[in-house]
Design a protein around this ligand. Structure first.
Ligand code: 0RA
Length: 638
């Protein structure tokens, strides 16, 4: 490289240095999330090329040591000399922050949120990166180290297959910047699968060379296939999803809807391929139009007039009972809001989605009266049940701590009142509850013993859920309310710790409690409030020495540490009740010593699938899942 730096050259170096100095500002974090972001950023560029209609296939691979390769068959990044930078365009794209303008070849490029920072950021945070471009009858290559070119762009004329076009980017994230280099096969697979759903027809191949595993994703049905997959373990009301795809004012709206016979609602929303976990204007428009159209259809067709139905107005919750939907919008300048940037803010999207859904859903219902009637009938059923639910809910409200000041009798509360510094243990059984109560630090640890199994909320409506004693006690102790009344600001404990036995019953109870939280209080999960206590499996003792083992591996290790099997006594804990209060404190409850697992929601789609399989009413998928994951189910980590 030339030693003489031009003013522009210095600018480039300064830009890359800024990225390396504050990587989190550009890719969110330098932990495992940021690491995966590096891949998504590069893949997004290929997806953009596909959305523009020039690319059919994307190949991604991860190799040992964390080397990533992303190849597409698009037009190839331009290699001609940039008119003002006087360098090959590809070098400009790879080294200059936000090298946009002329090179923003797609109007739906993401400009806000976490994605869309540009491949130059990935380059700056990579120990090395190599780009290969096939276009104009040649293969063009260039290498960069920490974002700086270490070779000029070279062109090698193609001997055969001269028409080939495409871009291949290979890089190694800089281990000096990232706290981990461990890519997750599942995390990458899930995101690539999602992209394949959202961009129908694109073939995305992913190979993990570390484990010799691969996936090939291609969904010619796009989000219709997505909705079918979300419903695959449910009983659907109509076999063909309702599908809408319209453009308006530079924006594209794509919707797929399919109702099932459950009581829950699942609406996944995306803006420019980014999962908007907290919804936003597009979701508001969707909800408004759905409620309006189903009410007016029912009215017009006299579906309310039979018997006692004439006073009914369907609420939003009624028309969404049992809905599974994917809403994907594409717009020129998306604004992502909120702490996690998961909420679409563009106000124009509300009206655009509402008017498209209003018009097209109205037409669909007119043309498909049998399906329309099934959906309306289910909504009316929900409206009737809602009356009963309201009564039950009032009960909980009346009993709620905030309004009446009375806590459940079974709760042994802590003395600290600051939620940030208090913990609630949900403990299986009265005997373990007793030990926990005696063993705890009563200043900040509250104990709520649960009797037996709580109701499976996956199979029940709100009224039944709220008349269940165990569930009522949990809600009252937490103070947050439930469902649409849920308010996290009223939470009484920032940590909620599920403590059950390490056996089949224990894991069943744990899953039932997690289902309640996931379906009716999901913010508890997304805000990281839910933990699972990890009681030890064994106590290993030799003479005066004793240690606790939390898994088989540790048990063997401790025995070795104690000098072999001779004179060793091994106690296996079958339940929490077998530990005295002191032991329970030392091994499981003391913040200084305990091991807990925090429940994190990496992937809502996968979590939904697992809960549906485990808790829904189809037996076959559950059997299969349990057989395939025999050891995993015991340690369900969502
Ligand atoms: C700018 C202009 C053109 C293509 C691309 C960028 C492009 C970028 C990437 C990044 C990864 N894969 C890509 N494929 C294409 C179009 C140039 C033309 O008119 O041919």
């Amino acid at each position: 490289m030339s030693k003489k730096y031009t003013a522009k050259g210095i600018q480039v170096l300064k830009g890359l240095e800024a990225v390396r100095k504050r990587p989190a500002m550009y890719i969110g974090s330098t932990d495992v999330h940021g690491l995966h972001h590096m891949i998504y950023e590069v893949v997004d560029n290929s997806i953009d090329e596909a959305m523009a209609g020039y690319c059919n296939s994307i190949v991604v691979s991860v190799s040992p040591g964390g080397v990533v390769m992303v190849e597409d068959d698009g037009r190839g990044i331009p290699v001609d000399i940039h008119p003002t930078q006087k360098k090959p365009a590809v070098e400009v794209v790879m080294t200059m922050l936000h090298a946009g303008g002329k090179f923003d070849h797609d109007s739906y490029k993401v400009s806000g949120g976490l994605h869309g920072v540009g491949v130059s950021v990935v380059n700056a945070l990579s120990e090395w990166m190599e780009v290969e471009i096939w276009r104009d009858g040649a293969r063009h290559t260039q290498r960069y180290e920490i974002g700086i070119p270490v070779s000029p762009l070279r062109a090698i004329p193609l001997e055969e297959n001269k028409e080939k076009t495409g871009t291949k980017i290979t890089f190694h994230p800089n281990p000096a910047i990232f706290s981990t280099m461990e890519f997750s096969f599942d995390t990458i697979s899930q995101r690539l699968r999602e992209l394949a759903f959202l961009n129908k027809g694109i073939n995305i191949n992913f190979t993990d060379k570390r484990f010799g595993k691969s996936h090939n994703f291609q969904y010619d049905g796009g989000i219709v296939s997505f909705v079918k997959m979300l419903n695959e373990n449910r009983t659907v009301l109509h076999s063909k999803p309702i599908y809408i795809n319209e453009k308006k004012d530079d924006c594209e709206v794509e919707i797929a809807i399919q109702y099932n016979d459950s009581y829950g609602e699942k609406i996944f929303t995306f803006a420019n391929n980014i999962n908007t976990l907290s919804g936003g204007t597009h979701l508001s428009g969707f909800k408004t139009a759905l409620t309006r159209i189903l009410n007016s259809y029912a009215q017009k067709n006299n579906l309310f007039k039979k018997g006692k139905n004439n006073k009914i107005v369907l609420s939003g919750d009624d028309v969404r009972e049992g809905i599974t939907a994917v809403l994907s919008v594409k717009l020129p300048e998306p604004q992502f809001e909120g702490q996690t940037k998961g909420k679409l803010g563009n106000s124009e999207m509300m009206g655009i989605v509402a008017s498209i859904l209003g018009q097209k859903l109205g037409e669909f219902l007119e043309e498909n009266p049998a399906i329309a009637r099934k959906i309306v009938r289910k909504s009316i059923d929900s409206a009737r049940a809602r009356d009963a639910a309201r009564k039950a809910k009032d009960l909980v409200r009346r009993k709620s701590v905030l309004e009446s000041g009375s806590l459940p009798g079974k709760l042994s509360d802590c003395s600290v009142k600051d939620p940030e510094h208090s913990e609630l243990f949900l403990v299986e059984g009265d005997s373990a509850g007793g030990s926990a109560k005696m063993g705890r630090d009563r200043r900040f640890q509250a104990i709520l013993p649960l009797k037996g199994k709580i109701l499976n909320v996956e199979k029940a409506r709100m009224d039944k859920i709220l008349s269940n004693e165990e569930i009522k006690t949990i809600i009252t102790a937490l103070g947050t309310g439930i469902g649409e009344d849920f308010d996290i600001s009223k939470i009484r404990y920032r940590k909620v710790i599920i403590m059950t036995d390490a056996d089949v019953d224990g894991s069943h109870i744990r899953t039932l409690i997690l289902t309640l939280f996931f379906r009716y209080m999901p913010e508890l999960v997304t805000e990281g409030c839910i933990y699972i206590a990890q009681p030890p499996l064994y106590k290993v003792k030799k003479g005066k020495k004793e240690k606790y083992a939390y898994n088989e591996e540790k048990r063997i290790q401790i025995i070795e540490e104690f000098g072999g099997e001779k004179g060793i006594s091994l106690q296996r804990y079958k339940g929490l009740g077998e530990m005295n209060p002191d032991q329970l404190w030392i091994t499981t409850m003391d913040p200084e010593r305990r091991i807990m697992r925090q429940i994190v929601l990496e992937d809502m789609v996968e979590a939904d699938r697992i809960f549906t399989i485990l808790m829904g009413d189809k037996v076959e998928p559950r059997k299969n899942f349990i057989q395939e994951n025999a050891t995993y189910v015991k340690n369900l980590d969502i």
